[in-house]
Design a protein around this ligand. Structure first.
Ligand code: CMC
Length: 394
């Protein structure tokens, strides 16, 4: 008692117990509810994986059907909430638009805010899963000045999102199934990652017994930062910079990173707090990047730069010594670009994927009797006691 352990950035401190996601960073293992990520990526769907994360078990067919139908019935945004989008500047980044709209859900759905009321939590869960894709699509439409589309509830979640994003009113929207499957798989790979920065934020805010919408909107804001979900946007900007400014010379860029010439010049999409051998998500995504680009008929020089950059870094002592490997964000940007998403939407796609994980953690902690309000201690390094100095004497 009386002793406070100091652990910068919580590198070595568990803040809770959890039965949702298992990571072994040395072995490169990631499992949701015990199921290896490789198997889920190959065989599951995003909605099924969301169910698994939130409820703990894979659904039966009738459980999945009922879950899917519930979500379908809630995809519309209130017309007043739709008007929020008019208030943002046209060049607004879609992440703060997303977090603001999610935060505003607390005002539209005051009937589902009580975190201890199971039915209310259930309703907020469904509302979030259904409405966040609509919000995300509208954030995109707003940024390109195109009209919003109402959801088409005959479509699956991912297809509906793509139609609301890339479709036009009164025009049929044909979507390539390769595209739908690829995005669905990417969402599965992003769906949870135990106590990362945004999930810890969701838990921290939730620990004060704030409602689900408030907790999730805080998570979206945490994800926006370039060291976390914002890394996928930063990776693409880095690859473009290497193409333009460095004329594709990855050596020159890597040397610059190693010399730490400018603070922002990290190798984005590399390194991870937990994975010190490889990131299993990155492994799956790299395999897919090539296939997906071929499937979509896209030939992107940035994919070539990314591959050469990875190869160059992995052979360099600087990266070997520090155990820095490509993470989930390294190859996703190239794929999102091939799908036609502007760079600024990349982190929104991460948020769409991470949503079920955030919800699962928020729900788990409410039912866990060991949950207490998050309240870290500090090491005080400020002034010792001193007496107030009158203005005239300063
Ligand atoms: N490029 C160059 N050097 C790096 C990088 C990098 N990407 N990452 C870490 N290092 C160096 C760092 O400079 C330090 O070196 P030194 O000991 O000489 O000062 C050493 O490696 C340890 O770094 P750290 O910052 O203490 O590591 P961390 O565990 O606190 O940070 C990280 C983890 C992911 C924030 C960091 O690796 C990073 O900034 N990576 C780039 C951003 C990125 O790709 N983020 C996405 C993470 S995965 C998905 C997600 O969470 O959203």
């Amino acid at each position: 008692a009386g002793m406070t352990a100091l652990d910068y950035g919580y590198g070595n401190t568990a803040s809770c117990r959890s039965a949702i996601t298992y990571i072994d960073g040395d072995a490169g293992i990631l499992r949701y509810r015990g199921y290896p990520i490789e198997q889920l990526a190959e065989k599951s769907t995003f909605l099924e994986t969301s169910y698994l994360l939130i409820y703990g078990e894979l659904p039966t067919q009738s459980e999945l059907d009922s879950f899917t139908n519930k979500i379908r019935r809630h995809t519309l945004l209130h017309e007043d909430l739709k008007r929020f989008f008019d208030g943002f500047p046209r060049d607004a980044h879609p992440m703060p638009v997303l977090s603001s709209a999610v935060s505003a859900l607390s005002t539209f759905y005051q009937d589902s805010l009580d975190p201890f009321d199971q039915e209310a939590v259930e309703l907020s869960t469904v509302r979030l899963l259904a409405k966040v894709p609509t919000i995300a699509a509208y954030a995109y439409k707003k940024s390109v000045g195109q009209p919003f589309l109402y959801p088409d509830n005959s479509l699956g979640l991912v297809e509906n999102f793509l139609r609301m994003t890339f479709g036009f009113p009164a025009e049929p929207y044909e979507v390539d199934p390769v595209f739908v499957k690829a995005l669905d798989t990417l969402l599965i790979l992003h769906a949870d990652h135990e106590q990362n920065c945004s999930t810890s934020t969701v838990r921290m805010v939730g620990s004060s017994q704030a409602n689900l919408f408030a907790s999730i909107s805080a998570g979206v804001n945490a994800l926006f930062g370039p060291l976390h979900g914002g890394a996928n946007q930063a990776v693409l900007e880095m690859l473009q910079r290497i193409e333009r400014e460095f004329e594709g010379d990855v050596d020159k860029f890597v040397e610059r990173v190693k010399n730490k010439e400018d603070k922002s010049a990290r190798l984005m999409g590399f390194g991870h707090r937990v994975y010190k051998n490889y990131d299993p998500r990155a492994k799956i995504i790299k395999q897919q990047a090539d296939e997906i680009l071929k499937g979509l008929g896209v030939n992107d020089p940035l994919l070539d730069i990314a591959m050469r950059l990875e190869e160059r870094a992995l052979a360099d002592d600087y990266f070997i010594e520090r155990k820095l490997y490509p993470n989930v964000d390294f190859y996703t940007g190239v794929i999102y670009r091939a799908m036609g998403f502007p760079t600024r939407m990349f982190t929104v796609l991460f948020a769409l994927g991470r949503l079920p994980g955030w919800i699962a953690h928020r729900r788990e902690m409410i039912n866990d009797p060991t949950t207490r309000i998050g309240r870290p201690r500090q090491l005080y390094v400020g002034a010792t006691k001193r007496d107030y100095v009158e203005m005239s004497a300063r």
